[in-house]
Design a binder for this molecule. Structure first.
Ligand SMILES: [Ca+2]
Ligand SMILES: [Ca+2]
Ligand SMILES: [Ca+2]
Length: 387
């Protein structure tokens, strides 16, 4: 149903509302799918930006005047990545530095297809691969929560025996300007991120981070440096951002949601994803080039208008009934609803109730509302009602 049609329905209902009220019963329309305009294929928001120390941090990523507070750094990240410009890049610093982005819709896992494409600034022999992880917004609140699992997309090096899973590194804030950043890791190693000569800023440890040490975790990829006269950073086959040039074929820089694996390396079947996280995958000093650090230019949903096929048992939802009586919405023929949430069309929560099969509609104006039925298995059934 499009906007116009929807507006007509509201109009008609508004005309009738006197009659509806006097009858003290209400008309209830349940609409399963409403498409509001077109989904944007590009990033709609940067949710978190946490780069590791690096030669461009506080200098270009972000510029000095925006490196003072986290709010400024996050606003900068949004300015660079949101929308369709794909003109600028944002850097993630040394190993582990990461960014989390979201979209204005769920990216659907279309069977057999590449689902999204990542853009960086890689060129031939200039690859700085970033590891990609994905997450579903199970409670539909627009942000990744602690009980919403991140899954790595297993790229070509996932099973390389030099790839280290669950790698963990701590960077320590230098106490003098122009000083290298020391690190230690969970493998018993230590080293530094060099404050290379042409990094003219005072510090390569993010200025806005108040803690004196920062920890990053994730899969660490094998080094890709080959020195043959000049420094070559060799591309991996597929499955990383800022690894292959942007204009190569999709089998080199596309991503399939089907590659998702859990922390034990087991494949998980995800019908859609809502959030993408990219972290610098290498801990490598490349001589005069300094540390290897992933840059991100954008991410594109390759089929933004794809519809999610019902991932909820049809039989189960067909029996489900919503009815309104005496200013109360009642849910029937379903057992495991743990919460009923009423939202307005912008997604703002209006009211909710836990462990009940009905919710009061008192003092609610006529209009369209979204009903989320949260089930005990973490699934959410979405319905729209018109009062
Ligand atoms: Ca797919
Ligand atoms: Ca790069
Ligand atoms: Ca969430």
């Amino acid at each position: 149903m499009n906007y116009l049609l929807l507006a007509k329905v509201i109009q008609t209902l508004s005309k009738n509302k006197g009659r509806v009220r006097t009858q003290f019963l209400s008309i209830l329309l349940v609409i399963n799918i409403i498409v509001f305009g077109q989904n944007s294929p590009t990033i709609s928001k940067v949710i978190e930006y946490r780069p590791a120390p690096g030669q461009h941090i506080n200098r270009f990523f972000p510029p000095p005047e925006e490196s003072d507070t986290y709010d400024h750094a996050l606003a900068y990240a949004n300015r660079i990545l949101v929308g369709n410009n794909n003109q600028s890049i944002i850097g993630l610093g040394a190993f582990g530095g990461y960014i989390v982005v979201g979209f204005d819709h769920s990216i659907v896992n279309v069977k057999g297809e590449y689902d999204f494409k990542g853009y960086g600034n890689a060129f031939v022999n200039g690859s700085e691969p970033g590891v990609v992880m994905v997450c579903q917004d199970l409670n539909k609140n627009g942000k990744p929560d602690s009980n919403e699992t991140w899954y790595e997309l297993a790229g070509s090096e996932y099973h390389n025996n030099q790839t280290i899973k669950d790698y963990e590194i701590i960077y320590y804030r230098p106490n003098q300007i122009k000083q290298d950043v020391k690190w230690t890791d969970n493998q018993g190693n230590k080293g530094t991120i060099k404050h290379i000569e042409y990094a003219t800023q005072n510090h390569i440890y993010p200025n806005w981070i108040t803690e004196d040490k920062i920890t990053f975790k994730g899969t660490k990829l094998p080094n890709n440096l080959i020195k043959k006269g000049k420094i070559n950073l060799i591309a991996f086959k597929y499955g990383y951002i800022d690894n292959q040039p942007n204009n190569v074929s999709i089998d080199k820089n596309g991503f399939k949601i089907d590659w998702a694996v859990d922390k034990n390396g087991k494949t998980v079947q995800l019908d859609y994803i809502d959030f993408i996280r990219v972290h610098t995958g290498l801990l490598q000093e490349a001589g005069s080039l300094g540390e290897t650090s992933t840059e991100l230019r954008g991410i594109e949903d390759l089929h933004p208008q794809a519809q999610l096929s019902a991932n909820i048992d049809e039989h189960f939802t067909q029996k489900l009934q919503l009815s309104i009586n005496h200013k109360k919405l009642t849910i029937s023929n379903i057992k495991n609803v743990v919460e009923i949430v009423l939202l307005d069309l912008t997604g703002k929560k209006y009211r909710s109730i836990k462990n009940q099969n009905s919710i009061s509609l008192d003092n609610m104006e006529n209009g369209i509302y979204i009903v989320h039925l949260k089930l005990s298995n973490n699934q959410i059934i979405t319905k729209k009602i018109i009062l």
